[in-house]
Design a protein around this ligand. Structure first.
Ligand SMILES: [Mg+2]
Length: 139
Protein backbone atom coordinates (compact mmCIF):
# COMPACT_ATOMS: atom_id res chain seq x y z
CA UNK A 1 0.00 0.00 0.00
CA UNK A 2 2.78 2.36 0.88
CA UNK A 3 4.53 1.50 -2.37
CA UNK A 4 1.50 2.28 -4.54
CA UNK A 5 1.01 5.59 -2.74
CA UNK A 6 4.66 6.27 -3.34
CA UNK A 7 4.38 5.49 -7.07
CA UNK A 8 1.22 7.50 -7.61
CA UNK A 9 2.63 10.61 -6.00
CA UNK A 10 5.91 10.19 -7.83
CA UNK A 11 7.48 13.20 -6.13
CA UNK A 12 11.16 12.98 -5.37
CA UNK A 13 10.53 14.73 -2.05
CA UNK A 14 8.14 12.04 -0.92
CA UNK A 15 10.55 9.33 -2.08
CA UNK A 16 13.36 10.90 -0.11
CA UNK A 17 11.18 11.26 2.99
CA UNK A 18 9.98 7.66 2.78
CA UNK A 19 13.55 6.50 2.39
CA UNK A 20 14.43 8.27 5.62
CA UNK A 21 11.36 6.94 7.45
CA UNK A 22 11.75 3.37 6.15
CA UNK A 23 15.47 2.68 6.02
CA UNK A 24 14.89 -0.84 7.22
CA UNK A 25 11.63 -2.69 7.72
CA UNK A 26 12.14 -2.96 11.47
CA UNK A 27 12.77 0.77 11.73
CA UNK A 28 9.45 1.62 10.10
CA UNK A 29 7.48 4.37 11.80
CA UNK A 30 3.85 4.84 10.89
CA UNK A 31 3.42 8.07 8.93
CA UNK A 32 0.17 8.43 10.87
CA UNK A 33 1.86 8.49 14.29
CA UNK A 34 0.94 12.15 14.82
CA UNK A 35 -2.70 11.35 14.11
CA UNK A 36 -2.49 8.53 16.63
CA UNK A 37 -1.27 10.77 19.43
CA UNK A 38 -4.11 13.11 18.52
CA UNK A 39 -6.58 10.25 19.09
CA UNK A 40 -5.73 10.22 22.78
CA UNK A 41 -6.27 13.98 22.97
CA UNK A 42 -9.59 13.70 21.10
CA UNK A 43 -10.67 10.92 23.47
CA UNK A 44 -9.76 13.08 26.46
CA UNK A 45 -11.94 15.92 25.09
CA UNK A 46 -14.82 13.54 24.30
CA UNK A 47 -14.72 12.17 27.86
CA UNK A 48 -14.84 15.74 29.17
CA UNK A 49 -17.96 16.42 27.08
CA UNK A 50 -19.54 13.18 28.31
CA UNK A 51 -18.91 14.27 31.91
CA UNK A 52 -20.49 17.68 31.18
CA UNK A 53 -23.50 15.90 29.63
CA UNK A 54 -23.82 13.66 32.70
CA UNK A 55 -23.89 16.74 34.90
CA UNK A 56 -26.47 18.44 32.72
CA UNK A 57 -28.72 15.37 32.36
CA UNK A 58 -28.35 13.33 35.56
CA UNK A 59 -31.50 11.31 34.72
CA UNK A 60 -29.89 9.78 31.63
CA UNK A 61 -28.71 6.33 32.62
CA UNK A 62 -25.26 5.76 31.16
CA UNK A 63 -24.66 2.10 31.76
CA UNK A 64 -22.28 -0.15 29.84
CA UNK A 65 -24.60 -0.30 26.79
CA UNK A 66 -25.13 3.45 26.55
CA UNK A 67 -22.29 4.23 24.14
CA UNK A 68 -22.94 1.41 21.65
CA UNK A 69 -26.62 2.34 21.54
CA UNK A 70 -25.81 6.03 21.07
CA UNK A 71 -23.33 5.07 18.37
CA UNK A 72 -26.10 3.19 16.56
CA UNK A 73 -28.49 6.13 16.95
CA UNK A 74 -25.92 8.59 15.62
CA UNK A 75 -25.01 6.30 12.72
CA UNK A 76 -28.71 6.29 11.77
CA UNK A 77 -28.78 10.09 11.88
CA UNK A 78 -25.61 10.18 9.81
CA UNK A 79 -27.11 7.87 7.17
CA UNK A 80 -30.29 9.97 7.04
CA UNK A 81 -28.21 13.01 6.15
CA UNK A 82 -26.11 10.99 3.70
CA UNK A 83 -29.27 9.79 1.92
CA UNK A 84 -30.46 13.40 1.69
CA UNK A 85 -27.04 14.51 0.46
CA UNK A 86 -27.04 11.87 -2.28
CA UNK A 87 -30.64 12.59 -3.38
CA UNK A 88 -32.02 9.40 -1.91
CA UNK A 89 -33.92 11.17 0.84
CA UNK A 90 -36.37 14.07 1.02
CA UNK A 91 -34.58 17.42 1.04
CA UNK A 92 -37.11 18.96 3.50
CA UNK A 93 -36.34 22.49 2.26
CA UNK A 94 -32.66 22.29 3.18
CA UNK A 95 -29.96 23.45 0.79
CA UNK A 96 -27.17 21.06 -0.16
CA UNK A 97 -24.79 23.15 1.94
CA UNK A 98 -27.04 22.76 5.00
CA UNK A 99 -27.37 19.05 4.39
CA UNK A 100 -23.60 18.70 4.01
CA UNK A 101 -23.15 20.56 7.30
CA UNK A 102 -25.70 18.30 9.00
CA UNK A 103 -23.92 15.25 7.57
CA UNK A 104 -20.63 16.59 8.92
CA UNK A 105 -22.21 17.14 12.35
CA UNK A 106 -23.56 13.59 12.43
CA UNK A 107 -20.26 12.04 11.38
CA UNK A 108 -18.69 13.98 14.26
CA UNK A 109 -21.31 12.48 16.60
CA UNK A 110 -20.49 8.99 15.32
CA UNK A 111 -16.76 9.50 15.77
CA UNK A 112 -17.20 11.02 19.22
CA UNK A 113 -19.31 8.12 20.43
CA UNK A 114 -16.93 5.62 18.83
CA UNK A 115 -14.06 7.16 20.81
CA UNK A 116 -16.17 7.10 23.99
CA UNK A 117 -17.23 3.49 23.38
CA UNK A 118 -13.70 2.28 22.70
CA UNK A 119 -12.40 4.08 25.77
CA UNK A 120 -15.21 2.77 28.00
CA UNK A 121 -14.33 -0.79 26.94
CA UNK A 122 -10.62 -0.26 27.53
CA UNK A 123 -9.70 -0.37 23.85
CA UNK A 124 -6.60 1.57 22.86
CA UNK A 125 -7.59 2.62 19.35
CA UNK A 126 -4.04 3.58 18.46
CA UNK A 127 -2.77 0.13 19.35
CA UNK A 128 -5.77 -1.56 17.71
CA UNK A 129 -5.30 0.35 14.45
CA UNK A 130 -1.59 -0.39 14.42
CA UNK A 131 -2.21 -4.12 14.90
CA UNK A 132 -5.22 -4.49 12.59
CA UNK A 133 -4.62 -1.92 9.85
CA UNK A 134 -1.21 -0.30 9.81
CA UNK A 135 0.68 -3.55 10.17
CA UNK A 136 0.07 -3.88 6.41
CA UNK A 137 2.09 -0.72 5.81
CA UNK A 138 5.12 -2.46 7.27
CA UNK A 139 5.16 -5.25 4.66
MG1 LIG B 1 -26.56 13.43 16.08
Amino acid sequence: MLTSLHCRSGGIGIRARLKIVCRKAWEFESPLRHLMSDLKELTRKVKKIVEMYKGEYPDVKMDRDYFPHKLTEEWGECMKEYLMLTDRGRQKGFTKEQIKQNFSDEIADVFGYLLAFADSEGIDLEEALEKKWFVHLKK
